[in-house]
Design a protein around this ligand. Structure first.
Ligand SMILES: [Zn+2]
Length: 134
């Protein structure tokens, strides 16, 4: 089981800045490139807007993107996750690297949009974590 509380923070793929600090000021983004037939997300990167993003998009080519600050809005985040799940159900594929970045992004955004667990919920979560394949 992936424990989202223990995942590393998302960092700019160019300068290495921790982008958690950029969630409140619309200064960072997640961008992705897809195959020509739009069936595979081939690459995903995180970047500071402007200089770092320009450097990445120059090397990767045409991309789509979202503001990380928008994804930190609970309703936007949930709609984005549901949309991503629908795409997966419809057969859209992710490269290994792109999927790992997707999981990292979701785990980091969940920390922003979810409430803290109660003590009882922490205990239940710990019990569930002991169950194989949970
Ligand atoms: Zn940067």
């Amino acid at each position: 089981m992936i424990d989202f509380r223990k995942v590393e923070p998302i960092k700019c793929d160019v300068c290495g800045k921790n982008l958690h600090e950029s969630l409140c000021d619309y200064s960072a983004l997640v961008a992705w490139s897809t195959s020509a037939d739009c069936t595979v997300t081939e690459d995903v990167y995180f970047a500071c807007k402007a200089k770092c993003d320009e450097q990445m998009s120059t090397s990767i080519g045409m991309t789509s993107w979202e503001d990380l600050s928008d994804l930190a809005i609970p309703t936007v985040f949930v709609n984005w996750v549901l949309s991503t799940m629908s795409k997966l159900h419809d057969g859209h594929k992710y490269s290994e690297k792109a999927f790992e970045k997707l999981l990292l992004l979701i785990a980091n955004m969940v920390k922003e949009v979810m409430r803290e667990m109660t003590v009882e919920e922490e205990r239940r979560f710990s019990n569930l974590s002991d169950i194989a394949n949970y």
